[in-house]
Design a protein around this ligand. Structure first.
Ligand code: PEP
Ligand code: MG
Length: 289
């Protein structure tokens, strides 16, 4: 581990900032530790669902997640439930789930999970079992409105009851449940979402895409994809203020969080938790210090 990675991420006026890692694959865990990440702020679970036309079973998901939770040695791991859809699809999944999942406005993220509660419940069982091995938070993607979070939490409670019936240990209390704020409607409804969420994670990638009607995967409009566009920043500000009013912790985990040129702006907006590709942590830490 480099020296800078052992230094705390503290501003000159003594404010501590949490720098966590975004993770897409188990193979990244060594890098995460070397970067001195305070935890995993966004564990994208899509890797378990891609390149196949069926769904992974509970045992396989549990084994993969447990390995990553244990590798963090007691540091928190925020596990996002399946965020399939939009650009995160494969031919196999389209043939199983239909074309709507490949539309950015279609059956994706939490919508798909709530349409296939069997798939969500299996994943939540795996997450709850992994949570016996270290501190875990659960994060719901692509939320538009509070009713989706309430329904997902009911399925979590059902998963917990089922596990107990089957003789498994279940963490008590259940892990905190957070909401990704990455759809403009969610940012505008942040006060209401704060009442059903234990934390917020701002996904500036999708928030930028939906606010500016600019496909994040389309190179021809890449120049328009600007997370610093005032309209995007305004939605982030609304979200940060709602979180502060409600006392709900808020982090930012889109690409912009990993660019040190944005660090001062994000701190000024009230963000104290950042999650980014682990390779960016040292540069952002330097900027914070
Ligand atoms: C985001 O949308 O900003 C985000 C962090 O999630 P993903 O990039 O996985 O969609
Ligand atoms: Mg997203």
């Amino acid at each position: 581990m480099q020296k800078s990675n052992r230094q705390p991420a503290v501003t000159r006026d003594g404010t501590e900032i949490g720098l966590q890692a975004n993770v897409e694959l188990p193979i990244e865990m060594n890098m995460v530790k070397q970067a001195g990440a305070a935890g995993i702020g966004l564990l994208r679970t899509e890797f378990m669902f891609m390149n196949r036309d069926d769904f992974p079973n509970e045992e396989d998901q549990y084994e993969a997640l447990r390995g990553m939770v244990e590798a963090m040695n007691g540091r928190p791991v925020t596990i996002r439930t399946l965020d399939i859809g939009g650009e995160k699809v494969s031919e196999g999944l389209i043939s199983t789930l239909g074309h709507s999942i490949s539309s950015p406005l279609g059956l994706r993220g939490i919508r798909l999970a709530l349409a296939r509660t069997d798939v969500l419940e299996t994943q939540l069982r795996a997450i709850l079992r992994a949570a016996n091995h270290g501190p875990v938070r659960i994060l719901f993607p692509m939320v538009t409105m509070p009713s989706e979070v309430r329904r997902a939490r009911k399925i979590l409670a059902r998963a917990a009851r089922g596990l107990k019936r089957d003789g498994f240990e279940v963490p008590s209390p259940l892990p905190p449940c957070g909401t990704m704020i990455e759809i403009p409607a969610a940012a505008l409804a942040a006060d209401a979402l704060a009442r059903v969420s234990d934390f917020f994670a701002v996904g500036s990638n999708d928030l930028t895409m939906y606010t500016l009607a600019t496909d994040r995967a389309d190179e021809q409009v890449a120049k328009m994809f600007d997370s610093l566009n005032p309209a995007v920043l305004k939605l982030m500000q609304i979200t940060a203020e709602a979180a502060a009013r409600a006392g709900v912790p808020i982090s930012i985990c889109g690409e912009m969080a990993g660019d040190p040129r944005n660090t001062a702006l994000l701190l000024g907006m009230g963000f104290r938790e950042f999650s980014m590709a682990s390779t960016n942590i040292p540069r952002v830490k330097k900027r914070i210090r």
